[in-house]
Design a protein around this ligand. Structure first.
Ligand SMILES: *Cc1c(COP(=O)(O)O)cnc(C)c1O
Length: 398
């Protein structure tokens, strides 16, 4: 039997009909350079050694695979939580930024730019720039700068320059456009660290590979705990798709493992206020990739909404557009209230306060039933410290 490689990116940078690199002429050279070099650099043994040492001693990996017994009892199956919330900086994002800064250094770059919405990717980027002594500029919508003061202060303390973006709606999409504009002006010395499995090829594949450490660890941890190296189900939330891609990477072509994704339904899929891109999106081009996105009849991108800033993105990485369209993955839309309930439930059952994004993945247990023998691994992508204000408001209303 031929190995099934349909769910991985192909030579041209596509996942099925999605992906590619739709970029302005001026970015052709830096993107093409990255495309030519990224695989040989990240597969180089010296790179791997440095990357793995930092993941171990700086990030704190391997992250535990924790059997959540009380949660398992509640839902009648065996649930393991992959504890990305325990990483340095509080989420999976650092797996990617550590890898990309090592890559940038090897490509001779001296300056790093990034975009950020809630500030989580900005903080993860500013952190590795401090570590590697690199200049760092983070673009952030002016509205988000106001809303996320603590993360702005963290980035500044780490030595990054935060540039508030005042165009458009002054949120993530506008910050991304501004970062792309910056890259166009400084293609030679600057590397653009994209924070999820989005953007032009090779970014989705690069980020998926750097996050694939999550599923590599799940494999060996499950073998130790269950005597088999695969679960029956993997559950993750999707914003752009990086924690999902990382936890599913090793199992993409393994039909024994069912993939379940949770996207943000905001106030309801049909409310006009959601970020349920896979349910509502149509094919178009956003930030250099052909994928599913929320757009109106004129092709204008619609402003997404979710209570969770990390899922509030109008597009979805091309890998996930393909997994969903080909029915390799099942996609459930979890709304604000369902996520909040799931967050409180996990906190009370297991003593773990999850990030609001991860709470959307936890919301799957109320929507889908499992069998007593099912082994279910859920990627707990981050911790809830940053969401405490939202949780306090919610629990006061109860
Ligand atoms: C950013 C973020 C997400 C969403 O991003 P993906 O690329 O879809 O993983 C999910 N969880 C947490 C904790 C985040 O910070």
């Amino acid at each position: 039997m031929e190995p099934n490689i349909t769910y991985q990116v192909n030579e041209e940078g596509y996942y099925g009909e999605f992906g590619g690199a739709y970029i302005p002429e001026i970015l052709y050279a830096p993107v093409e350079n990255l495309r030519k070099e990224y695989l040989s650099i990240i597969q180089d043994p010296q790179f791997q050694k440095e990357y793995n040492e930092l993941l171990k001693d700086y990030v704190g990996r391997p992250s535990p695979l924790y059997e959540a017994k009380r949660l398992s009892d509640r839902y009648g199956c065996k649930i393991y939580l992959k504890r990305e919330d325990l990483n340095h900086t509080g989420a999976h994002k650092i797996n990617n930024t550590i890898g990309q800064i090592l890559l940038a250094r090897r490509m001779g770059k001296t300056r790093i730019i990034a975009e950020t919405g809630a500030g989580q990717h900005g903080v993860a980027t500013a952190t590795v720039c401090a570590l590697m002594n690199m200049d760092c500029v983070v673009y952030m919508g002016a509205t988000d700068v106001e809303r996320q003061k603590l993360n702005v202060r963290k980035m500044e303390m780490l030595g990054a320059r935060v540039c508030p973006v005042v165009s458009g709606n002054k949120t993530l999409k506008d910050a991304t456009n501004e970062a792309i504009r910056d890259w166009c002006c400084h293609p030679a010395d600057t590397h653009y660290i994209i924070g999820s499995t989005v953007g032009p090829h090779p970014y989705p594949d690069l980020v998926a590979r750097l996050q694939s450490i999550i599923s590599k660890e799940i494999k060996s941890q499950l073998l130790e705990k269950e005597g088999r190296n695969y679960p029956d189900y993997l559950i993750a939330c999707v914003g752009g798709g990086s924690n999902a891609a990382g936890s599913m990477y090793e199992y993409l072509d393994d039909p024994r493992v069912q993939l379940v994704l949770a996207e943000a339904a905001g106030k309801g899929v049909d409310s006009g206020e959601s970020a349920a891109t896979i349910h509502l999106g149509t094919t178009g081009i956003i930030h250099g990739a052909k994928t599913l996105l929320m757009q109106n009849a004129d092709g204008q991108i619609e402003e997404p909404y979710s209570i969770s800033a990390g899922l509030d993105y109008p597009g979805i990485g091309p890998m996930h557009a393909h997994l969903a369209k080909s029915r390799r993955s099942e996609v459930l839309a979890v709304d604000d209230d369902e996520a909040l309930q799931a967050a409180v439930e996990l906190t009370r059952l297991e003593g773990i306060i999850p990030a609001l994004e991860s709470a959307h993945a936890l919301g799957v247990f109320r929507k889908k039933s499992f069998l007593p023998d099912d082994v279910v691994v859920l990627c707990l992508s981050g911790r809830g410290d940053k969401d405490m204000e939202t949780y306090i408001q919610y629990t006061q209303k109860l």
